[in-house]
Design a protein around this ligand. Structure first.
Ligand code: AMP
Length: 562
């Protein structure tokens, strides 16, 4: 396995006097062991895929994680083998995180919302040997299994006696597997903390998705950071957290690791992420902390407005993944009395990079002055170094004016992509810093303000849509001469794609026919919400479509149905 590492920053530059402290490897198995030792009675509550509620404690979870670890031994896995999961935010998925990583295998969270070709690509690229999946995704994997020949068996996350009829290879029932594995503590192996623990693919750009391979060390450090006071999560044993984040999105922003480390009660929404379900859980479980992308909070706000509901228990709302609009921050703060903490991060950063927790100097700000601070992505958390550079790679000042490409480094930032030398080569600079693809300025106060993405991606409901892919597929229609997709703000989805098309002369092809051609090639939610026809698309000096000019041209565009 060839692994391109842009720079080995782990080696000291010269020998120095060694400290005399224990060399205990940072392994994710430590986290669950700590949780059962000191927070064993704390609850994990799940709104199950099946629709009912499930509740148990960390002590109960640990017993099942031990069973699962034993069951994995029986599946013929070798150390380091990748084990896929295609699952919602549930207690079973948490069990998988800890059992797979803790036994020296790699938990690969597959995002089921990707296009089928991307799913088969990542399952094969990761070389997943076994896939654990929720019943929701059984039909999808039945269609794809022949294209993933190295997956030896599929384990369905269902109750005993509730196995669906399926053609999946070697299909097993999760609960039966656990039952057969037998009771008792598990002797968790000790190994090098740099061993891989988890794998996520990011599909942020065109071309193939890229794998980020987290180590036990990076995961444990990221988790420890999440339990510090100024971190956007900042979990404690008094927290009741509802991660309104899919566990196939950068391991649910790290909550499933940070909650057991801190002893926080975890409330897991399963697939039930609509406003009414979330509001019910927030209320019934007295959730005081929650985190998610803006789209999820739009649903919550709509439901609250419709029902006259309140958020009496919530003390903090963490919004990230996309920039929340000012109206949303104000609504939570002013109408519901819930302070918003804005944060920024990336799959390549495990994911957290900045925090919007106010410092003493900002805490006394009021009104628009405070919102100006809250609208920024906040300041880097300890462990994350940030720089902005110009096109020549020269560092730019933190004066709030200079805008440049943002680079980062730190102990939970990727040093390379998994088995992808070309992507690695493109993403890291000569000093080993990772290029985020975001364009930002940094104020003298240390606040990062992301102004744009360098790659013109469209972020819809927390998921990426590649504008270039859309353009390519639109061009598959014989009457489309040129097509460009740009992001237009959308009140529910943050952004949705608008397709701008130059028609073949004399053609009267319409939006519907173009969308029909595209529908054979991309998932439904990628399809442009509107298609507009123009005589000419602006180009840059090097002949590329000028997205900058297009955005200006369509700055006043409004969605027809809104
Ligand atoms: P992902 O790897 O899918 O989590 O996407 C990471 C990208 O999402 C970042 O590079 C940013 O472009 C965007 N992003 C994440 N958080 C924010 C935020 N708070 N504000 C603006 N963009 C964000």
């Amino acid at each position: 396995m060839s692994q391109e590492v842009s720079q080995d920053m782990s080696q000291p530059t010269e020998s120095a006097l060694q400290g005399l402290m224990m060399d205990v490897p940072l392994l994710t198995s430590m986290i669950m062991k700590h949780a059962i030792a000191w927070h064993g009675d704390v609850e994990v509550v799940t709104h199950r895929v099946e629709g009912d509620m499930h509740r148990y404690t960390y002590a109960d979870a640990y017993k099942r994680i031990c069973r699962l670890a034993r069951a994995l031994e029986g599946l013929g896995l070798m150390p380091g083998d990748r084990v896929g999961t295609m699952a919602w935010t549930t207690h079973r998925h948490v069990e998988l995180y800890f059992a797979i990583g803790g036994t020296g295998h790699v938990v690969h969270t597959v995002n089921p919302r990707l296009f089928p070709d991307q799913i088969t690509y990542i399952v094969n690229h990761a070389d997943d040997r076994v896939i654990f999946l929720d019943t929701t995704f059984v039909p999808l994997m039945e269609d794809l299994q022949d294209r993933c020949p190295n997956v030896k068996c599929f384990v369905i996350l269902c109750d005993s006696g509730a196995m669906p009829e399926t053609s999946l290879r070697g299909a097993k029932c999760y609960e039966d597997l656990l039952q057969a594995a037998g009771e008792g503590d598990y002797d968790w192996p000790q190994f090098d903390e740099k061993t891989a623990a988890a794998l996520c693919y990011t599909s942020g750009t065109t071309g193939n998705p890229k794998g980020v391979l987290y180590s036990h060390r990076s995961m444990t450090l990221h988790t420890m950071s999440a339990c510090t006071g100024d971190h956007p999560l900042g979990l404690t044993s008094r927290t009741v957290i509802l991660p309104a984040v899919s566990m196939f999105h950068v391991h649910g922003w790290g909550v499933p690791y940070a909650a057991p480390m801190s002893g926080a009660k975890m409330v897991l929404p399963g697939p039930h992420m609509e406003g009414p379900d979330l509001c019910r859980l927030l209320d019934e479980e007295k959730v005081n902390y929650t985190a998610g992308v803006p789209t999820v909070w739009i649903g919550v706000l709509e439901h609250l407005e419709k029902t006259g509901g309140k958020l009496p228990y919530l003390k903090i709302m963490n919004i990230g993944g996309s920039a929340p609009p000012l109206a949303m921050i104000k609504a939570f703060e002013e109408d519901y009395g819930v302070p918003v903490v804005h944060a920024w991060g990336m799959t390549e950063m495990s994911p957290v990079g900045t925090t919007g927790r106010l410092r003493a100097r900002h805490a006394e700000l009021e009104g628009e002055d405070m919102y100006r601070v809250k609208l920024t992505q906040g300041r880097p958390i300890f462990g994350i170094e940030v720089k902005i550079v110009d096109d020549a790679g020269k560092a730019l000042p933190h004066d709030g004016e200079a805008v440049g490409q943002m680079y980062v480094r730190g102990p939970w930032v990727a040093a390379a992509y998994f088995n992808d030398a070309a992507a690695t080569e493109a993403a890291f600079d000569a000093d080993g810093w990772f290029g985020t693809g975001d364009v930002a300025s940094i104020t003298p106060d240390g606040l990062v303000r992301i102004s744009d993405r360098s790659k013109d991606l469209i972020k819809s409901g927390g998921e990426w849509i590649s504008s270039i892919d859309l353009e390519n597929h639109a061009m598959a229609h014989p009457d489309v001469v040129e097509a460009a997709a740009i992001a237009i703000p959308h009140p529910k989805w943050e952004e949705r794609p608008l397709l701008i098309v130059v028609r073949r002369e004399g053609s009267d092809v319409g939006a519907r026919e173009i969308r029909n051609v595209m529908a054979d090639r991309v998932v439904k939610w990628w399809l442009p919400d509107d298609v507009v026809f123009v005589d000419e698309i602006p180009h840059t000096a090097t002949g590329k479509i000028s997205k900058k000019d297009l955005r200006q041209q369509f700055a006043d565009y409004r969605w027809p149905d809104i």
